[in-house]
Write a protein that binds this ligand. Structure first.
Ligand code: FES
Length: 241
């Protein structure tokens, strides 16, 4: 399931004019082919990492493995499908629900396929006051997508993100594992997008996989993954721009 965000009502704000009310409605993941994850196996590097992780926690505390193993699985398989959730639960092992509840709570786990470059534009307060929302709009317009969509060539997925912890360097955007900060001019954004678009495809096992999130180079195409389809919406604001 994914969510559709719709504006449903308008409330009178106290001295602040009319305030929109947004409603989050689950809707089926039509068009997402989760069968691509029918046969799953960790790479040797991931198996080694899992064995090492096990040594970090005493028996009876396997639940603590859910976050790191899910992160590893996302790097290996590209996104967290129901099959990946089941695979992770079996690999630890823990009940499937324990993995499901973590995967659906944290936004860093992608429940749909994403493009090779995952652009997360912060639109929270500090970024918003110095152009974060305009930055998101510009990136979307430049790539011809709405927030939450993937470009037709599968290269870019763009989303608006909540605070990413770089408030002092606003406005900013996270591209896979990397932060790009002080994005105050269109020329900076243009140069960044052009550089990302020109990067050659890399498919295979990421040698930095074992280091965990935040330390590797840009995300690679999933080792066992399918070609990405265009239009992988996550959130589609009604009547979008
Ligand atoms: S508000 Fe944008 S990084 Fe904190």
């Amino acid at each position: 399931m994914t969510d559709r965000i719709t504006q449903t009502t308008a409330l009178e704000g106290h001295g602040h004019g009319t305030l929109p009310v947004w409603k989050r409605t689950p809707e089926p993941d039509a068009g997402v082919d989760a069968s691509v994850h029918a046969r799953l196996e960790f790479s040797d590097a991931a198996k080694e990492r899992l064995a090492w992780l096990r040594t970090r926690y005493p028996d009876g505390y396997q639940r603590a493995l859910v976050l790191p193993v899910l992160s590893m699985a996302q790097r290996e398989f590209g996104w967290v499908s129901p099959q990946v959730i089941a695979f992770v639960a079996d690999a630890i092992p823990v009940p499937r629900m324990w993995v499901e509840e973590v995967a659906t709570f944290y936004t860093m786990y992608n429940k749909r396929p994403i493009g090779r470059h995952h652009l997360q534009v912060c639109t929270n307060v500090c970024c918003a006051v110095v152009g974060g929302e305009q930055l998101l709009e510009y990136v979307c317009r430049k790539l011809g997508v709405h927030p939450g969509e993937t470009t037709a060539d599968g290269r870019f997925t763009v989303i608006g993100a909540e605070c990413l912890g770089a408030c002092g360097y606003a406005p900013m955007m996270q591209v896979n594992d990397d932060y790009h900060e002080n994005l105050r001019s269109r020329a900076q954004v243009d140069a960044l997008l052009e550089r990302l678009a020109a990067e050659p495809d890399r498919v295979g096992t990421d040698p930095h996989l074992a280091l965990g999130p935040g330390t590797g180079p840009g995300r690679m195409l999933p080792r066992n993954g399918p070609a990405l389809k265009a239009g992988g919406n996550v959130h589609t604001p009604e009547g979008g721009h």
